[in-house]
Design a protein around this ligand. Structure first.
Ligand code: 2P0
Length: 335
Protein backbone atom coordinates (compact mmCIF):
# COMPACT_ATOMS: atom_id res chain seq x y z
CA UNK A 1 0.00 0.00 0.00
CA UNK A 2 0.98 3.64 -0.18
CA UNK A 3 2.07 3.55 3.49
CA UNK A 4 1.74 7.25 3.98
CA UNK A 5 3.96 8.43 1.15
CA UNK A 6 3.28 12.16 0.83
CA UNK A 7 1.21 13.11 -2.16
CA UNK A 8 -0.01 9.58 -2.62
CA UNK A 9 -3.66 8.90 -1.84
CA UNK A 10 -5.16 5.63 -0.63
CA UNK A 11 -8.74 4.94 -1.73
CA UNK A 12 -11.24 2.57 -0.16
CA UNK A 13 -14.84 1.64 -0.98
CA UNK A 14 -17.40 0.39 1.54
CA UNK A 15 -21.13 -0.29 1.38
CA UNK A 16 -23.85 0.45 3.92
CA UNK A 17 -25.43 -2.29 5.96
CA UNK A 18 -28.94 -2.72 7.32
CA UNK A 19 -29.29 -4.30 10.74
CA UNK A 20 -31.76 -7.18 11.03
CA UNK A 21 -30.98 -7.25 14.76
CA UNK A 22 -30.52 -3.63 15.79
CA UNK A 23 -27.86 -1.83 17.75
CA UNK A 24 -29.33 1.01 19.80
CA UNK A 25 -27.55 2.57 22.78
CA UNK A 26 -23.91 2.82 23.82
CA UNK A 27 -22.46 1.78 27.14
CA UNK A 28 -19.31 3.77 26.42
CA UNK A 29 -19.74 6.83 24.19
CA UNK A 30 -16.05 7.64 23.91
CA UNK A 31 -15.02 4.14 22.87
CA UNK A 32 -18.32 3.65 20.98
CA UNK A 33 -19.21 0.38 22.70
CA UNK A 34 -22.79 -0.78 22.05
CA UNK A 35 -25.05 -2.16 24.78
CA UNK A 36 -26.34 -4.93 22.55
CA UNK A 37 -25.09 -7.29 19.87
CA UNK A 38 -26.36 -6.61 16.36
CA UNK A 39 -26.53 -8.47 13.04
CA UNK A 40 -26.72 -6.95 9.58
CA UNK A 41 -26.69 -7.46 5.85
CA UNK A 42 -24.18 -5.41 3.87
CA UNK A 43 -25.76 -4.02 0.70
CA UNK A 44 -24.56 -3.96 -2.90
CA UNK A 45 -25.76 -0.37 -3.50
CA UNK A 46 -24.96 3.13 -2.19
CA UNK A 47 -21.18 2.72 -1.75
CA UNK A 48 -18.99 5.33 -0.11
CA UNK A 49 -15.61 6.02 -1.73
CA UNK A 50 -12.99 7.72 0.42
CA UNK A 51 -9.46 8.82 -0.42
CA UNK A 52 -6.98 9.68 2.34
CA UNK A 53 -3.71 11.44 1.58
CA UNK A 54 -1.20 12.58 4.19
CA UNK A 55 -0.30 16.26 3.96
CA UNK A 56 2.89 16.96 5.93
CA UNK A 57 3.20 20.65 6.58
CA UNK A 58 -0.53 21.37 6.14
CA UNK A 59 -1.92 23.41 9.05
CA UNK A 60 -4.89 21.07 9.68
CA UNK A 61 -6.89 18.18 8.28
CA UNK A 62 -8.80 19.04 5.13
CA UNK A 63 -12.11 17.23 4.59
CA UNK A 64 -14.52 17.27 1.69
CA UNK A 65 -17.83 15.44 1.53
CA UNK A 66 -19.27 15.13 -1.98
CA UNK A 67 -17.09 18.03 -3.08
CA UNK A 68 -17.99 20.46 -0.26
CA UNK A 69 -15.94 21.15 2.87
CA UNK A 70 -17.18 19.04 5.80
CA UNK A 71 -18.14 21.14 8.80
CA UNK A 72 -19.58 20.93 12.29
CA UNK A 73 -20.32 17.52 13.78
CA UNK A 74 -19.20 15.57 10.69
CA UNK A 75 -15.84 17.34 10.70
CA UNK A 76 -15.44 16.86 14.45
CA UNK A 77 -16.08 13.11 14.18
CA UNK A 78 -13.73 12.61 11.23
CA UNK A 79 -10.92 14.66 12.81
CA UNK A 80 -11.39 12.68 16.04
CA UNK A 81 -11.01 9.50 14.03
CA UNK A 82 -7.87 10.80 12.29
CA UNK A 83 -6.47 11.69 15.73
CA UNK A 84 -6.96 8.05 16.71
CA UNK A 85 -5.08 6.89 13.59
CA UNK A 86 -2.25 9.33 14.41
CA UNK A 87 -2.11 8.07 17.99
CA UNK A 88 -1.99 4.44 16.82
CA UNK A 89 0.64 5.05 14.14
CA UNK A 90 2.80 7.47 16.13
CA UNK A 91 2.61 9.90 13.23
CA UNK A 92 1.49 13.49 13.27
CA UNK A 93 0.77 14.52 9.68
CA UNK A 94 -2.59 16.09 8.88
CA UNK A 95 -4.64 14.34 6.23
CA UNK A 96 -6.63 15.33 3.17
CA UNK A 97 -9.84 13.25 3.13
CA UNK A 98 -12.14 13.23 0.14
CA UNK A 99 -15.41 11.30 0.52
CA UNK A 100 -18.14 10.55 -1.99
CA UNK A 101 -21.43 9.09 -0.80
CA UNK A 102 -24.03 7.70 -3.17
CA UNK A 103 -26.67 7.55 -0.45
CA UNK A 104 -28.67 10.51 0.91
CA UNK A 105 -26.69 11.57 3.99
CA UNK A 106 -28.57 11.67 7.29
CA UNK A 107 -31.66 9.89 6.04
CA UNK A 108 -31.46 6.80 8.21
CA UNK A 109 -29.73 4.92 5.42
CA UNK A 110 -26.53 4.32 7.31
CA UNK A 111 -24.08 6.61 5.47
CA UNK A 112 -22.03 6.67 8.69
CA UNK A 113 -21.55 2.89 8.43
CA UNK A 114 -20.14 2.91 4.90
CA UNK A 115 -18.39 6.21 5.58
CA UNK A 116 -16.40 5.14 8.62
CA UNK A 117 -15.73 1.68 7.19
CA UNK A 118 -14.15 3.29 4.10
CA UNK A 119 -12.33 5.88 6.22
CA UNK A 120 -10.97 3.24 8.60
CA UNK A 121 -9.60 1.16 5.72
CA UNK A 122 -8.13 4.04 3.67
CA UNK A 123 -6.95 5.94 6.74
CA UNK A 124 -5.23 2.95 8.35
CA UNK A 125 -3.37 2.28 5.09
CA UNK A 126 -2.45 5.95 4.62
CA UNK A 127 -0.96 6.11 8.14
CA UNK A 128 0.97 2.89 7.56
CA UNK A 129 -1.09 0.73 9.91
CA UNK A 130 -1.80 -2.82 8.82
CA UNK A 131 -4.73 -4.07 10.89
CA UNK A 132 -6.23 -7.51 10.29
CA UNK A 133 -9.96 -7.61 9.51
CA UNK A 134 -10.96 -7.91 13.17
CA UNK A 135 -8.75 -5.00 14.22
CA UNK A 136 -10.08 -3.00 11.28
CA UNK A 137 -13.67 -3.69 12.35
CA UNK A 138 -12.84 -2.62 15.91
CA UNK A 139 -11.22 0.53 14.53
CA UNK A 140 -14.21 1.36 12.29
CA UNK A 141 -16.44 0.97 15.37
CA UNK A 142 -14.65 3.95 16.94
CA UNK A 143 -16.01 6.07 14.09
CA UNK A 144 -19.54 4.67 14.11
CA UNK A 145 -20.60 1.45 15.80
CA UNK A 146 -22.50 0.21 12.75
CA UNK A 147 -19.38 0.78 10.59
CA UNK A 148 -17.77 -2.23 12.29
CA UNK A 149 -20.22 -4.41 10.33
CA UNK A 150 -19.62 -2.77 6.92
CA UNK A 151 -16.02 -4.03 6.94
CA UNK A 152 -17.54 -7.39 6.00
CA UNK A 153 -19.73 -8.39 3.10
CA UNK A 154 -22.91 -10.46 3.36
CA UNK A 155 -24.12 -10.95 6.92
CA UNK A 156 -22.11 -9.81 9.94
CA UNK A 157 -22.61 -9.87 13.69
CA UNK A 158 -21.21 -7.12 15.92
CA UNK A 159 -20.31 -8.18 19.45
CA UNK A 160 -21.06 -5.65 22.16
CA UNK A 161 -18.32 -7.24 24.27
CA UNK A 162 -17.97 -7.05 28.04
CA UNK A 163 -16.17 -5.08 30.68
CA UNK A 164 -14.93 -1.52 30.50
CA UNK A 165 -12.04 0.42 29.01
CA UNK A 166 -9.44 -1.50 27.03
CA UNK A 167 -11.16 -4.85 27.62
CA UNK A 168 -14.43 -3.50 26.25
CA UNK A 169 -12.65 -2.00 23.26
CA UNK A 170 -10.97 -5.33 22.50
CA UNK A 171 -14.22 -7.30 22.82
CA UNK A 172 -16.39 -5.19 20.54
CA UNK A 173 -16.01 -5.90 16.83
CA UNK A 174 -17.91 -7.49 13.99
CA UNK A 175 -17.31 -10.79 12.23
CA UNK A 176 -18.90 -12.45 9.23
CA UNK A 177 -21.83 -14.82 9.62
CA UNK A 178 -21.42 -17.28 6.75
CA UNK A 179 -24.81 -17.81 5.13
CA UNK A 180 -24.02 -19.36 1.76
CA UNK A 181 -27.58 -20.26 0.81
CA UNK A 182 -29.48 -17.12 1.67
CA UNK A 183 -29.55 -14.26 -0.81
CA UNK A 184 -32.70 -12.18 -0.21
CA UNK A 185 -33.63 -8.83 -1.70
CA UNK A 186 -34.07 -5.69 0.37
CA UNK A 187 -36.49 -3.19 -1.17
CA UNK A 188 -35.71 0.25 0.24
CA UNK A 189 -38.46 2.85 0.32
CA UNK A 190 -37.01 6.31 0.79
CA UNK A 191 -40.10 8.20 1.90
CA UNK A 192 -38.09 11.22 3.06
CA UNK A 193 -34.47 11.84 2.03
CA UNK A 194 -34.02 14.87 4.31
CA UNK A 195 -31.71 14.88 7.32
CA UNK A 196 -33.23 13.58 10.56
CA UNK A 197 -34.45 15.93 13.27
CA UNK A 198 -32.70 14.10 16.13
CA UNK A 199 -29.24 12.55 15.62
CA UNK A 200 -29.09 8.85 16.38
CA UNK A 201 -26.42 9.55 18.97
CA UNK A 202 -28.66 11.93 20.95
CA UNK A 203 -31.69 9.69 20.45
CA UNK A 204 -29.84 6.62 21.73
CA UNK A 205 -28.63 8.44 24.81
CA UNK A 206 -32.12 9.67 25.62
CA UNK A 207 -33.63 6.23 25.05
CA UNK A 208 -31.14 4.44 27.30
CA UNK A 209 -31.51 7.05 30.03
CA UNK A 210 -35.29 7.45 30.06
CA UNK A 211 -37.18 4.62 28.33
CA UNK A 212 -38.69 2.08 30.73
CA UNK A 213 -38.76 -0.41 27.84
CA UNK A 214 -35.07 -0.22 26.95
CA UNK A 215 -33.86 -3.05 29.17
CA UNK A 216 -36.70 -5.34 28.14
CA UNK A 217 -35.89 -4.77 24.47
CA UNK A 218 -32.17 -5.36 25.03
CA UNK A 219 -32.97 -8.64 26.79
CA UNK A 220 -35.38 -9.85 24.11
CA UNK A 221 -32.74 -8.93 21.53
CA UNK A 222 -30.57 -11.77 22.83
CA UNK A 223 -33.29 -14.27 21.96
CA UNK A 224 -33.85 -12.51 18.64
CA UNK A 225 -30.16 -12.85 17.75
CA UNK A 226 -29.97 -16.54 18.69
CA UNK A 227 -33.11 -17.30 16.67
CA UNK A 228 -31.89 -15.15 13.79
CA UNK A 229 -28.69 -17.17 13.49
CA UNK A 230 -30.73 -20.37 13.18
CA UNK A 231 -33.14 -18.83 10.68
CA UNK A 232 -30.26 -17.53 8.52
CA UNK A 233 -28.52 -20.89 8.55
CA UNK A 234 -31.78 -22.46 7.36
CA UNK A 235 -32.28 -19.78 4.73
CA UNK A 236 -35.77 -19.34 6.14
CA UNK A 237 -36.93 -15.94 4.84
CA UNK A 238 -40.17 -15.97 6.85
CA UNK A 239 -38.36 -16.62 10.12
CA UNK A 240 -35.61 -14.10 9.32
CA UNK A 241 -38.22 -11.50 8.40
CA UNK A 242 -40.45 -12.07 11.43
CA UNK A 243 -37.51 -11.78 13.82
CA UNK A 244 -36.10 -8.70 12.09
CA UNK A 245 -39.48 -6.97 12.04
CA UNK A 246 -40.23 -7.58 15.72
CA UNK A 247 -36.70 -6.51 16.71
CA UNK A 248 -37.03 -3.24 14.78
CA UNK A 249 -40.53 -2.46 16.05
CA UNK A 250 -39.26 -3.14 19.58
CA UNK A 251 -36.41 -0.69 19.07
CA UNK A 252 -38.86 1.97 17.90
CA UNK A 253 -41.07 1.19 20.92
CA UNK A 254 -38.13 2.03 23.20
CA UNK A 255 -37.76 5.36 21.40
CA UNK A 256 -41.49 6.13 21.55
CA UNK A 257 -41.35 5.59 25.30
CA UNK A 258 -38.28 7.79 25.81
CA UNK A 259 -38.97 11.07 27.59
CA UNK A 260 -39.47 13.14 25.53
CA UNK A 261 -40.39 10.60 22.85
CA UNK A 262 -38.18 10.10 19.80
CA UNK A 263 -40.38 9.33 16.80
CA UNK A 264 -38.65 8.66 13.50
CA UNK A 265 -41.63 6.91 11.90
CA UNK A 266 -43.88 9.12 9.78
CA UNK A 267 -47.36 8.63 8.25
CA UNK A 268 -45.64 7.45 5.05
CA UNK A 269 -43.70 4.88 7.08
CA UNK A 270 -46.94 3.51 8.51
CA UNK A 271 -48.53 3.47 5.05
CA UNK A 272 -45.64 1.32 3.78
CA UNK A 273 -45.98 -0.97 6.81
CA UNK A 274 -49.66 -1.41 5.91
CA UNK A 275 -48.59 -2.22 2.35
CA UNK A 276 -46.24 -4.88 3.69
CA UNK A 277 -49.05 -6.43 5.73
CA UNK A 278 -51.26 -6.49 2.62
CA UNK A 279 -48.50 -8.23 0.68
CA UNK A 280 -48.28 -10.91 3.36
CA UNK A 281 -52.02 -11.42 3.41
CA UNK A 282 -51.80 -11.83 -0.38
CA UNK A 283 -49.23 -14.57 0.15
CA UNK A 284 -46.07 -12.58 -0.69
CA UNK A 285 -43.45 -13.00 2.05
CA UNK A 286 -42.31 -9.45 2.89
CA UNK A 287 -41.04 -8.06 6.19
CA UNK A 288 -40.11 -4.53 7.22
CA UNK A 289 -37.33 -2.95 9.21
CA UNK A 290 -36.72 0.74 10.01
CA UNK A 291 -33.71 2.57 11.39
CA UNK A 292 -33.16 6.09 12.72
CA UNK A 293 -35.44 7.63 10.11
CA UNK A 294 -38.81 7.18 8.36
CA UNK A 295 -37.55 4.99 5.51
CA UNK A 296 -38.57 1.36 5.28
CA UNK A 297 -36.49 -1.59 4.13
CA UNK A 298 -38.51 -4.60 3.04
CA UNK A 299 -36.95 -8.04 3.06
CA UNK A 300 -38.33 -10.39 0.40
CA UNK A 301 -37.45 -13.08 -2.15
CA UNK A 302 -35.60 -11.62 -5.15
CA UNK A 303 -38.32 -12.98 -7.43
CA UNK A 304 -40.90 -10.88 -5.54
CA UNK A 305 -38.83 -7.67 -5.44
CA UNK A 306 -40.63 -5.97 -8.35
CA UNK A 307 -44.03 -6.73 -6.88
CA UNK A 308 -42.90 -5.50 -3.47
CA UNK A 309 -41.48 -2.31 -5.01
CA UNK A 310 -44.78 -1.70 -6.79
CA UNK A 311 -46.75 -2.22 -3.56
CA UNK A 312 -44.46 0.18 -1.72
CA UNK A 313 -44.86 2.86 -4.41
CA UNK A 314 -48.62 2.43 -4.23
CA UNK A 315 -48.59 2.77 -0.44
CA UNK A 316 -46.39 5.90 -0.35
CA UNK A 317 -46.77 7.76 -3.66
CA UNK A 318 -43.71 9.84 -4.47
CA UNK A 319 -41.24 7.74 -2.52
CA UNK A 320 -38.01 6.56 -4.16
CA UNK A 321 -37.53 2.81 -4.27
CA UNK A 322 -34.24 0.91 -4.56
CA UNK A 323 -33.62 -2.81 -4.52
CA UNK A 324 -30.47 -4.12 -2.84
CA UNK A 325 -28.95 -7.55 -2.50
CA UNK A 326 -26.13 -8.71 -0.27
CA UNK A 327 -22.96 -6.84 -1.10
CA UNK A 328 -19.20 -6.96 -0.58
CA UNK A 329 -17.02 -5.93 2.33
CA UNK A 330 -14.77 -2.87 2.40
CA UNK A 331 -11.83 -2.96 -0.01
CA UNK A 332 -8.94 -0.81 -1.16
CA UNK A 333 -9.12 0.17 -4.81
CA UNK A 334 -6.31 0.18 -7.32
CA UNK A 335 -4.55 -2.83 -5.83
C1 2P0 B 1 -28.08 -0.22 13.50
N1 2P0 B 1 -28.66 2.20 13.78
O1 2P0 B 1 -27.83 -1.26 14.14
C2 2P0 B 1 -28.84 0.86 14.25
C3 2P0 B 1 -30.30 0.64 14.18
C4 2P0 B 1 -29.87 2.87 13.53
C5 2P0 B 1 -30.91 2.00 14.08
O2 2P0 B 1 -26.44 2.18 13.94
O3 2P0 B 1 -23.43 6.84 17.02
O4 2P0 B 1 -25.21 6.42 13.07
O5 2P0 B 1 -22.40 6.40 14.79
O6 2P0 B 1 -22.73 4.53 16.42
O7 2P0 B 1 -24.35 4.08 13.45
C6 2P0 B 1 -27.40 4.22 13.37
O8 2P0 B 1 -26.61 4.83 14.30
O9 2P0 B 1 -24.70 5.63 15.37
C7 2P0 B 1 -27.45 2.79 13.73
P1 2P0 B 1 -23.22 5.86 15.92
P2 2P0 B 1 -25.13 5.24 13.93
O10 2P0 B 1 -27.78 -0.10 12.31
Amino acid sequence: TAGGAPGHGVTAVAHPNIALIKYWGKRDERLMIPYVDSLSMTLDIFPTTTTVRLAPGAPADSLTLDGSPAEGEVRRRVVGFLDLLRERSGRSEPAVVDTHNSVPTGAGLASSASGFAALALAGAAAYGLDPDRTALSRLARRGSASASRSIFGGFAVCHAGRGTGAAADLGSYAEPVPVPDFDPALVIAVVDAGAKAVSSRAAMRRTVETSPLYRAWATSGKTDLAEMRVALRRGDLDAVGEIAERNALGMHATMLTARPAVRYLSPATVAVLDGVLRLRSDGVPAYATMDAGPNVKVLCHPADADRVAEAVRGAAPGCSVFTARRGPGARLTGE
